[in-house]
Design a binder for this molecule. Structure first.
Ligand code: ZN
Length: 163
């Protein structure tokens, strides 16, 4: 049974929650975190939180300025790399994104992507919806895989010729 287009988020292509607003998915992830993160060591918990919030935003760029999006992309790239920086450095930035700071967010409809590279994908190998479907014990790994899959999708998309 494939969902109709209107059942899908315009930015990530994931199935929409019952609220009809994909933003709710981020709150679903944060609810999972309130149950899962206390069971992790603090560094692993902070990393999981960073991957969840940052990856969600990479897949929903209409909410961010171009500069914030580029900064976030670089941060996720660094955190998934061979020698990730201390998470505390990144957490402040991520907190600003999550809090909707005016410096990094813009109030535009999800369909307004005029400021974004036109090659930026609107469908992704793994979406927030996929992560919420995983077992909660898998959460820390699931958000890490989500981040890596998102970067891979971006690499493929950005390798395409810009026209
Ligand atoms: Zn979405």
């Amino acid at each position: 049974m494939s969902a109709t287009r209107t059942d899908r988020c315009a930015e990530c292509g994931g199935a929409l929650p019952t609220s009809g607003d994909c933003w709710t998915r981020l709150h679903e992830l944060l609810e999972i975190e309130t149950r899962v993160l206390p069971t992790l060591d603090p560094q692993a918990g902070m990393r999981a939180h960073f991957f969840a919030v940052a990856t969600y935003q990479l897949q929903h760029p209409s909410r961010l300025t171009r500069e914030a999006l580029d900064g976030l992309h670089a941060a996720v790239d660094a955190m998934t790399g061979a020698s990730p920086p201390p998470i505390a450095h990144l957490r402040r930035d991520t907190g600003r994104f999550a809090a909707g700071s005016r410096k990094v967010t813009r109030s535009a409809p999800p369909t307004d992507r005029s400021h974004i590279d036109r090659r930026w994908p609107v469908s992704w190998s793994v979406t927030a919806h996929d992560v919420t479907e995983e077992a909660e014990t898998e959460y820390p790994d699931a958000v890490g895989r989500w981040a890596v899959a998102t970067l891979a999708d971006l690499r493929v998309a950005m390798a395409a010729t810009s026209r």
